[in-house]
Design a protein around this ligand. Structure first.
Ligand code: M6R
Length: 369
């Protein structure tokens, strides 16, 4: 059932093009308009919401953090992302005008279930983004938008993460479409670009040998840092989480802009640093800012592994190594840039002789608070 792969995780990483294609399937009509039949919440309610709160844990929460950049931009609705266990116990301001989005692969994460219950008690509408049909979270929500990633067996989440980003984006695009906001051209363009992601993901996977070699050369590494900005920031945190879970290595993800506010003190000779570089045509010259961050850590001796889009030659000068991924709009880049980080963590753990499907101390779904 591993389909010829060495582990479920390896299989699930390679399932990702199909997982994205399946999550998009049947959700657009012939004219390219989004049709989300399962959106069982009154359109008038969806038009009147004035705040979105995404609640989730672990990797699912990072998917929410990526989605926040997109949803706020397309919908102009203030969007917060909160760890479900923190949300539940801090007396959050939630009411009939709040849309709570509960993201969960399993649908059985107790912390997220408790957050859903709390939100509904306060009168909020709850939409579940979930990969498991009929599980508790979609059952207890007002509506469910399923990711169609297929069963995820490995404890470390991979294809569920990318599918969660896509499903959150579909929700954001749907709300933008419904509320008729001024970004409608961009919304259409993004839908078209989303359809191209499975092929681009296949290309990222074709180039995996570079990442495998890199991971095998780093098996004695004690600490790895990940930097990102904008949507690359949650990707950096997800890369760090994968490495902690699988290879038991100390790893941290930072917002690149935060470097000089403290973390740069960690940089010493040989420190391995991954940098997720924003697209060249991205907003607010973020690209140039991240290049200067690479320069700063390189000047202090870091071993800089850069993930950038094809054609981005500017990164080469300060990179020890560049991993290129196909070009895509800024907001879609996490669907590509995450994959080399997944492969790196899996291969490093494999090189250390660890079980990548069943890391120590972890369960696939955390059904206690
Ligand atoms: O089933 P869920 O999506 O609710 O699970 C949430 C987290 O427990 C999960 O993403 C966890 O962080 C994974 N082990 C990450 O790889």
């Amino acid at each position: 059932e591993k389909g010829g792969f060495d582990s479920f995780m390896d299989k699930e990483i390679h399932d990702q093009p199909q997982a994205i294609a399946d999550t998009l399937l049947g959700r657009m009509d012939a004219s390219g308009k989004l049709v989300l039949d399962e959106m069982n919440v009154d359109e008038s309610v969806l038009k009147s919401i004035d705040k979105i709160v995404v609640v989730a844990c672990g990797t699912a929460a990072y998917a929410g953090q990526v989605a926040k950049y997109a949803i706020e931009h397309w919908c102009r609705i203030p969007t917060e992302v909160e760890l479900a266990h923190e949300f539940r116990y801090r007396d959050p301001v939630v009411n009939e005008k709040t849309l709570v989005v509960a993201v969960s692969q399993s649908g059985e994460t107790m912390d997220t279930i408790m957050a859903v219950r709390h939100a509904r008690q306060q009168g909020a509408k709850v939409i579940a983004i979930c990969n498991t049909y009929g599980s508790t979270i979609p059952r207890e929500s007002d509506a469910a938008l399923y990711t169609h990633a297929g069963p995820e067996v490995a404890v470390a989440s991979t294809k569920a993460f990318l599918s969660q980003i896509v499903a959150c984006y579909l929700l954001g695009l749907y709300l933008a479409q419904l509320r008729g906001n001024k970004f409608s051209d961009e919304v259409q363009a993004i839908l078209t670009e989303l359809q191209a992601i499975p092929d681009k993901l296949a290309k990222v996977l074709e180039n995996k040998q570079q990442v495998i070699d890199l991971a095998h050369s780093q098996q004695d590494t004690q600490s790895v840092l990940f930097l990102g900005r904008h949507v690359g920031y949650p990707v950096a945190m997800e890369g760090a989480l994968k490495l902690k879970e699988l290879a038991y290595i100390h790893a941290e993800g930072f917002a690149a802009g935060e470097l000089k506010h403290g973390p740069i003190a960690l940089i010493d000779d040989g420190q391995l640093v991954f940098i997720v570089v924003p697209t060249v045509r991205g907003r607010d010259s973020l690209h140039a800012k991240v290049i200067s961050n690479i320069q700063e850590v390189r000047a202090r001796g870091a071993n800089t592994i850069v993930i950038a889009e094809e054609g981005d030659e500017a990164v080469r000068e300060y990179a020890s190594e560049v991993i290129y991924v196909p070009r895509t709009p800024t907001l879609l880049a996490p669907l590509l840039t995450t994959v080399p980080l997944q492969i790196f963590a899996m291969e490093l753990a494999t090189a250390k002789g660890l079980n990548v499907d069943q890391p120590r101390n972890l369960a696939k779904s955390v059904t206690v608070e």
